[in-house]
Design a protein around this ligand. Structure first.
Ligand SMILES: [Fe+2]
Ligand SMILES: [Fe+2]
Length: 451
């Protein structure tokens, strides 16, 4: 299968090429931008897939593809917000999108799904080696496997051993002096190389966060990365380090005095994947509520930001994560596998278990996470506790979680409608106290300007 990859020459383009060639034996043709892509498509129409990393002229390329009716799957690396701006005619062209922080996993999943759907066919040529661009090798040092140079179509010569360093001077020697653009790993090592590349991309994203707004965006991307990496690596010290950065950036995005009005506006135009954006807004809303309660902000913010960042970290289906109660789950149960439902019902326990191995976690966070799907009337899960058994922070977190979910599902709703709808549920224990203060403190919540 022949794939056109439209992206400036960077780490992400190299990593995508590595995956497509190594995992799917694809022939990858890289071009720098949409203009070069159109030129390529004018002379060579035999591509089976186009992967586009969003660039300013992307709409021109999409228009060209649309008008020339090339009929091949398109994968676009973009965020949801930008995708929504593309317009309905292009929407139909796009087979799938790739999120920046989980680009490799998304690409793998989407290509596999296109193969299963019969839109792409996997190449039958099967070699034991996969190509990696030389420029990427300093990102995966010490080397996770033996490294080879190709000396003939079928002969490979080992030049580095697993565990060796691939230094900047090695890069200079191979890429600049010998002009060797790519070297090879054994395919069996692919599984250990991909997470390292994923980590490296997450690190690059992290260093780009500066303002509170961009800190929020990056926190969301890191939350995606932690979810993905945790699923195939486990909650290793490396994954924990990314999570730590994610929580730090979440706190940065909240600032010293979060206002519900601002959070609500952002929530209404929320981009990104559901779980990451949901976690970020939940952190903001919960901290805003705790400020209204006059709970000491520093430590409380820490606890709430941790709880929000981690609370759904073991879930993978964005649709499943939108289920709030067991009743909602039962209504939609034919959309999920038995295993997904089982994981969902136990995810508060799984996350709490995960965090027990995470030394940074402040006290009380585990209880908040264990309680985030419990309901004051005892109909929640996993334990079915009642209102008076909640901790104060657990109850506040549930109200904040209800608020974020309600506003996500009812984009035009007002906060009064939220209060009105939920009043019958918050009638005892901490729920009653917190809810009464919230109702009385609309101004403090920062809603005075909202209709
Ligand atoms: Fe959850
Ligand atoms: Fe949630």
């Amino acid at each position: 299968m022949k794939i056109l990859v439209v992206s400036p020459k960077d780490e992400v383009a190299d990593a995508m090429g590595f995956l497509l060639e190594g995992q799917f034996q694809a022939e990858v043709v890289p071009v720098n931008d949409s203009k070069e892509a159109i030129q390529e498509l004018l002379t060579e129409k035999e591509f089976h897939l186009i992967v586009i990393k969003e660039d300013p002229a992307m709409a021109v390329l999409l228009k060209y593809i649309f008008n020339s009716d090339l009929g091949m799957p398109l994968l676009v690396l973009t965020n949801k917000e930008k995708r929504d701006q593309l317009g309905p005619e292009f929407e139909a062209l796009i087979y799938g999108t790739l999120s920046r922080s989980t680009v490799l996993d998304d690409l793998k999943t989407q290509v596999e799904s296109a193969i299963r759907a019969g839109l792409l066919s996997e190449s039958t040529e099967n070699t034991a080696y996969c190509r990696i661009r030389t420029a990427l090798l300093t990102k995966v040092t010490p080397l996770p496997g033996d490294l080879y140079v190709r000396i003939s179509p079928k002969k490979f010569l080992r030049i580095f051993k697993k565990g060796d360093e691939f230094s900047a001077s090695d890069l200079e020697r191979f890429l600049v002096r010998k002009k060797i653009e790519a070297l090879y790993f054994e395919k069996k090592d692919m599984a250990s190389i991909l997470p390292i590349l994923g980590n490296s991309i997450a690190h690059t994203i992290k260093t780009q966060a500066s303002s509170p707004e961009s800190a929020g965006v990056v926190a969301g991307q890191l939350s995606d990365a932690v979810r993905e990496l945790n699923s195939y690596l486990g909650f290793t010290p490396e994954v924990q380090a990314i999570a730590k950065e994610g929580v730090k950036l979440t706190l940065k995005s909240i600032g010293a005095s979060p206002k519900l009005g601002k959070v609500l506006q952002n929530l209404r135009k929320a981009g990104g994947d559901y779980i990451s954006s949901h976690s970020l807004y939940l952190a903001n809303v919960a901290c805003c509520f705790s400020l209204v309660m006059d709970w000491p902000s520093g430590t409380t913010f820490q606890k709430l930001a941790h709880a929000a960042f981690f609370h759904d970290i073991v879930l993978h289906s964005h649709h499943l994560a939108q289920m709030q109660t067991l009743a909602e789950l039962a209504k939609n149960q034919n959309q999920f596998s038995a295993r997904e439902i089982e994981i969902y019902k136990r995810h508060p326990l799984f996350v709490a278990e995960l965090l027990r191995r995470y030394p940074e976690i402040p006290p009380d966070v585990e209880a908040i996470i264990l309680q985030h799907h419990e309901r004051p009337d005892g109909s929640g899960f996993p334990r079915g506790i009642k209102a008076h058994q909640f901790t104060p922070l657990g109850a506040l977190f549930v109200i904040a979680h209800d608020y974020v979910s309600f506003m996500y599902k009812n984009r035009m709703a007002t906060v009064e409608e939220f209060f009105e709808f939920h009043a019958p549920f918050y009638t005892s224990g901490h729920f009653k106290k917190i809810f009464e203060i919230l109702i009385k403190s609309k101004e403090k919540l920062g809603l005075e300007k909202l209709k």
